[in-house]
Each structure stands twice: as C-alpha cells, then as structure tokens.
Design a protein around this ligand. Structure first.
Ligand SMILES: [Zn+2]
Length: 153
C-alpha cells in the first residue's frame, strides 16, 4: 500500500525535511521543517495529480455534470433529453462517476444524476432527491458557463 502521509528523510539518527533536507527537531513523524515546505510539498502533489489522465477524466466528468445541471435547471427531479442534443453539448456517455444494476437495467450516474443504458433516442435523466436543492445562484453560474461554451462551438 502506498504511504499517503509525507515522510521525513531518515539519515542515520537524524530526520531531514522531505522538501529542503534541513535537519528536523521534535516529533519522530514530523516531515517538514516549517509550513513553507509543507505548502510546497502539497502544492507539488496537487500539481502532479492534476495532469494527464486524471485531469482529462475529471474535466470530462465535470463537463458532463455541468451539461446535466444546465439542462435540468434548478430543482428538477426528472427530465427528458435527446441523445443528439447531449452529444452536441459535448456530453460523453462513457464518462460517469458510477453505475448500479437494478431490475430496470444498468443505471449510470454522474454524481446525483442518473439514467439507464439503452439505445433510445431520448434519454430520461433522474436527479437523486437526497441531494440538497440547488441555489438559484449556483444555477446561474452553470447557465453562464454553458452559454459561454455553446457560443464557442
Ligand atoms: Zn524544509
């Protein structure tokens, strides 16, 4: 298993800061000499995580989510949308946050939204009611974002 917690560099009897390699004093599990090194370490970790496949996939998933929020509007529990319309907006059917099997078939989820896998031209999208209602402010933001994206295509 990967150790997720930052570790000091262990040199003989001395622990060194894992960023700048200066000597550490105090607790045995301390990994940084000060908060600056700690911040640098975490910023670097974020940067490394935020590239390539991870970034590409999370961008696609976010885009799918934005599209569904935009189409649903605030506080809608269920809506019907044409597959072509979804594709036109840039929705990618293979990018989901999870799936379930139930008596109706394969249910795909993008966060609180879900729909069933089928070949119908119209897709019925459900929004999980357990989620809190979306504030009109948040909806306005999605709307602006999507209008902007649409204006660029
Ligand atoms: Zn340091």
């Amino acid at each position: 298993m990967t150790n997720l917690k930052a570790q000091p560099i262990r040199m003989d009897q001395q622990n060194l800061c894992c960023v700048c390699e200066s000597k550490l004093h105090g607790r045995e599990d301390k990994a940084f000499c000060n908060y600056k090194c700690k911040n640098l370490y975490h910023a670097d970790k974020r940067r490394k995580r935020n590239h390539g496949y991870i970034k590409q996939t999370s961008n696609r998933l976010n885009r799918n989510y934005d599209i569904l929020c935009y189409l649903a509007g605030p506080n809608v529990e269920k809506f019907c949308v044409n597959r072509l319309e979804l594709s036109r907006l840039g929705f990618q059917f293979n990018i989901v946050s999870g799936y379930d099997y139930n008596k109706f078939g394969l249910k795909l989820n993008v966060y609180e939204f879900s729909w069933y896998m089928n070949k119908n031209q119209n897709v019925i999208i459900y929004r999980n009611k357990e989620q809190n209602d979306v504030s009109p402010y948040v909806y306005k933001r999605w709307e602006r974002k999507m209008k902007h994206k649409e204006s660029m295509t």
